[in-house]
Ligand binder design. Structure first.
Ligand code: GDP
Length: 311
């Protein structure tokens, strides 16, 4: 990409899209196209067609998606499948029609089978059954990968895909019913601290293992891949740092400074028992993350919640 290339970041208001925009701006890319979902509804075929016809983007980061945590995925199952399939199909097809120079599609680590060997290597895709709670979202993301793969195979389009592990960072969703675990825990511990509550409830058994990546690290990896990777096979983007939900809860508790107790609500789902991605491929390509989990959680907490208390 040139600094003046016309770059469309789809989903720029979300956590991932906004991190990609920050990264591109910081690196001097000065011709970004940004549209809210009210301006262009990416689920709508004719909106997307019109948008591509008038804007003619050269490069695309496809970070627009309907996303959420374990409960949202399990509750809005039809919406997660339908909306994500529509966004991807419209975006990827129009990128082919309008000869976009390169497109990067963002997936998720939930595309892997529930009981796949760990760490999850890219070639384990479609080798077993998916986790029930997020199967619709995973099916949609697998379809996105396959669209990129097959538009490349049939039409020679330079479309690539990256699969990030569980992400957290600025502009995350803090709605307790729809959020992922890190924002949920930050909010719960923070509110318990300021309300002098004795107990914080953590969902599930605490035993599932998860890997986390700060979203600015992901944005860095996206730019790296956009500028250096061109292949039919997708690439994992992880941190290699894995811990149990119980250990995560204690880490967030300490960062926030909550002194009460933690209890586990076993009536809530655990989801997949373990989800550690293999970073081997991306490391070999020459990229590594730089922000540790503790540092990242401190940054998010200080930027999002402490400000609120001080002001
Ligand atoms: P997942 O990685 O797709 O399962 O997505 P989540 O980030 O929503 O959940 C990760 C794990 O954290 C699951 O085992 C949840 O049960 C657990 N967890 C513990 N407390 C919470 C919470 O308050 N919110 C969410 N979303 N997950 C929680």
């Amino acid at each position: 990409m040139e600094k003046s290339s016309k770059i469309y970041v789809a989903g720029h208001r979300g956590m991932v899209g906004s991190a990609i925009v920050r990264k591109l701006q910081c690196e001097g890319y000065n011709n970004l196209i940004l549209r809210s979902s009210l301006e262009v509804d990416l689920r709508n075929q004719s909106h997307v067609e019109q948008f591509f016809g008038s804007e003619k983007p050269e490069y695309i980061f496809l970070a627009a998606a309907k996303v959420g945590g374990i409960l949202a995925n399990n509750t809005y199952r039809a919406d997660f499948l339908y909306e994500n399939l529509m966004i991807e199909s419209n975006m990827i097809h129009q990128s082919y029609v309008h000869k976009v120079k390169k497109l990067l599609f963002l997936g998720s680590s939930c595309i892997y089978p529930k009981l796949a060997l760990q760490p999850l290597k890219e070639e384990y895709l479609l080798s077993g059954f998916l986790e029930e709670t997020n199967e619709p979202y995973a099916i949609a993301k697998i379809a996105g990968i396959k669209l990129c793969e097959n538009y490349r195979r049939q039409y020679g389009c330079d479309f690539i895909s990256a699969m990030p592990t569980n992400l957290y960072g600025p502009n995350d969703n803090y709605d307790l019913n729809n959020s992922h675990v890190i924002p949920a825990l930050i909010r719960k511990f923070h509110e318990a601290k300021i309300n002098n509550a004795g107990v914080v409830e953590v969902w599930g058994s605490g035993t599932p293992l998860r890997e986390f990546l700060y979203v600015d690290d992901l944005a860095d990896a996206c730019l790296f891949l956009m500028n250096s990777y061109s292949d039919v096979h997708f690439v994992n983007v992880g941190s290699g740092e894995e811990l149990s939900i119980k250990d995560l809860a204690f880490l967030v508790k300490n960062v926030v400074g909550f002194n009460g107790k933690i209890v586990f609500d076993k009536s809530k789902p655990d989801g997949t028992p373990r989800k550690l991605m293999s970073n081997e491929k991306l490391f070999k390509l020459g990229w590594k993350n730089s922000i540790s989990l503790k540092e990242g959680i401190k940054m998010v907490y200080n930027d999002t919640f402490k400000k609120e208390v001080v002001s």
